[in-house]
Ligand binder design. Structure first.
Ligand code: HAM
Length: 422
């Protein structure tokens, strides 16, 4: 194949049928599962002022440091293509004073996100997320509900063999002590850390735990675990969450080394992972961000949410049998007058909700019928000069071979009455 004259942008993929059918199924499953928990859809914009992301995701995060698509608009303001949805939802929550509505307020969203990462399996520069965010409840009950909603959605769409990894990274009261414990552990090897981590050591040593450089990985072996530094409140919150998940029968694995790539988290963090995804193993991830609404200028409001990586989920569900719709009728027509009649009949049938395909290019009846078969149409209507004169068409079931004749006036009723049985 010769290279395209206008290739797509690297890391930005088209989603083609049949994957788009899977996407539609996913969106239907999302609406179904999320509505049972009272989450309502929110449509957030694709662009925000850059500060919305730098302030929330964190100056020292990989996303803000190297992955944002940022540009100046015509008025010279810094705009960023959203790398994730949580910051926008919080911006909206505060800007629209949604905290004045009765708590909890629960939202879900879906759409493309943009990160300038190195494209590889499971990692694109444009990717889709389905996300959910709940505001106004501090109790671990909400954490358990959010995680169980995610699990229900994933199971509902047919995902198997995934793991829920769970951690608590403490709150603003216990994090400073943990930061100090980490600094203490990394101090002797500080000079051997990568330049990024040397900076992180000062600004946010937790980020060192997430560094991909081999030397830094080596140096962090034996570093103190965050779960050992939790304050009594965070410890109790975590204990209760685990006990609720146990009660709900949701299996999880504790992963005290899980560091999320975004700075806004506090207390509960979780990831849903699958071995089949390779090194980019998380199909969904989330956690609490109890300080973020306040950071945006709103009242102190606890919150928790997650986002699912849609392409990774599509990849995991590739082998699943899909419910792909097929045409109801194929109209094969022979001759100019019959072809005109076919267009009229197709219009009538479509008005009744039937999916109709037509033959084109003066193809022979045989080749038109072959196409009808290939398309998987349930019925074929055959219109030739003879049929036109008599005012009746031949019909044939491509499923069971039965056949007969029908008038143009009766055809919509004929298809309608059979459509439900197809
Ligand atoms: P995140 O971990 O950055 O969290 O992304 C969530 C999920 O999006 C990942 O687990 C992965 O499945 C998918 N994802 C991320 N980056 C890429 C990429 N470059 N290519 C393909 N898929 C990707 C968040 O975005 C948070 N906003 C989640 C959250 C919501 N936390 C609280 N509320």
């Amino acid at each position: 194949m010769s290279p395209a004259r206008y290739p797509g942008v690297k890391g930005v993929e088209d989603i083609l049928p049949p994957d788009t059918y899977l996407l539609q199924e996913m969106e239907a499953a999302m609406r179904e599962a999320f509505s049972l928990y009272g989450f309502k859809e929110l449509r957030i914009p694709v662009i925000e002022f850059t500060d919305v992301f730098t302030r929330s995701i964190g100056e020292t995060s990989d996303i803000v440091e190297k992955e944002m698509y940022t540009f100046l608009d015509r008025a010279g303001r810094s705009i960023t293509l959203r790398p994730e949805g949580t910051a926008s939802v919080v911006r909206c929550y505060v800007e629209k004073h949604l905290y004045n509505l009765p708590a909890p307020q629960k939202f879900f969203y879906s759409g493309p996100m943009f990160r300038y990462e190195r494209p590889q399996k499971g990692r694109q520069r444009q990717f889709y997320q389905i996300g959910a965010e709940a505001f106004g409840v501090e109790e671990p009950k909400m954490d358990a509900e959010v995680i169980s909603m995610l699990v229900m959605f994933l199971k509902g769409i047919g995902l198997e063999g995934f793991r829920v990894e769970l951690n608590s990274i403490g709150c603003k009261n216990c994090r400073p002590a943990y930061r100090e414990a980490l600094r203490g552990a990394f101090a002797p090897g500080l000079g051997s850390l990568c330049p990024d981590c040397q900076r992180r050591y000062e600004l946010n040593p937790l980020r060192i735990l997430d560094c991909k450089v081999d030397k830094c990985r080596e140096l962090r072996k034996g570093a103190p675990l965050v779960t050992d530094s939790l304050c009594p409140e965070c410890r109790e919150h975590f204990r209760e969450l685990k006990s609720l998940l146990d009660m709900l029968g949701i299996r999880y694995e504790l992963n005290p080394e899980m560091v999320r790539g975004l700075d806004y988290y506090s207390r509960t963090t979780f990831e849903v992972t699958s071995d089949r995804l390779g090194s980019q193993s998380a199909v969904a991830a989330g956690g609490r961000y109890d300080g973020l609404v306040e950071e945006f200028g709103g009242p102190a409001t606890p919150a928790i949410g997650f986002a699912i990586g849609v392409e990774r989920l599509i990849y995991l569900l590739k082998e699943r049998e899909l419910d792909i719709p097929l045409p109801d009728v194929f109209i094969a027509a022979i001759g100019p007058a019959a072809n005109r009649e076919a267009v009229r009949l197709a219009g009538r049938l479509r008005a009744e909700g039937a999916w109709v395909e037509l033959g084109y290019g003066g193809a022979s009846l045989k080749s038109q019928m072959r196409r009808a078969d290939r398309l998987g149409a349930a019925y074929a209507f055959i219109i030739g000069d003879d049929e036109l004169g008599a005012g009746v068409f031949k019909w044939k079931s491509l499923k069971d071979g039965s056949a007969g004749e029908i008038s143009g006036a009766d055809a919509p009723g004929f298809i309608k009455s059979r459509k439900n049985r197809l």
